[in-house]
Design a protein around this ligand. Structure first.
Ligand code: CO
Length: 134
């Protein structure tokens, strides 16, 4: 059911420093910071040949990553995103398999303008999973 790894999201306490680390130390191609107020984050996209890394920093009050950074002060992997062809079919299969879909279970438009859902990390070995319809 799941397809390609779309991205790995890493929450970082200092976005400028993290972007510089990826650009300079790791020699990756990085985007300028992109504010996404509707998602409560500022994102730097790191383009790799086979996938993307998203460096996330909280934006505004009630950022969904504020608590994560409070618990992981030096940053950490926040979620992984797998692509699916049909998010409703994927959701229904996941629920039938007993996995917990976060929120009201209805797909939201994610950071790339495509429908996404998040799955409970306790059902997937401590990893928050995003599925995105591509
Ligand atoms: Co994501």
């Amino acid at each position: 059911m799941i397809g390609r790894l779309n991205h790995v999201a890493i929450a970082v306490p200092d976005l400028e420093a993290a972007a510089a680390t990826y650009a300079n130390t790791l020699g990756a191609k990085v985007s300028p910071p992109l504010a996404q107020p509707e998602h409560g984050v500022t994102v730097v996209f790191v383009e790799l040949p086979n996938t993307k890394i998203e460096l996330l920093h909280p934006l505004g009050d009630n950022s969904p990553i504020a608590n994560f950074l409070a618990k992981n002060a030096s940053g950490g992997i926040h979620h992984v995103c797998y692509e699916v062809d049909d998010i409703i079919a994927a959701r229904d299969k996941l629920k039938a398999e007993g996995a917990r879909v976060l929120g009201d279970g209805e797909p939201k438009i994610g950071a790339h303008g495509k429908p996404v859902l998040f799955l409970h990390p306790k059902d997937f070995y401590g990893t928050l999973i995003e599925i995105e319809q591509v």
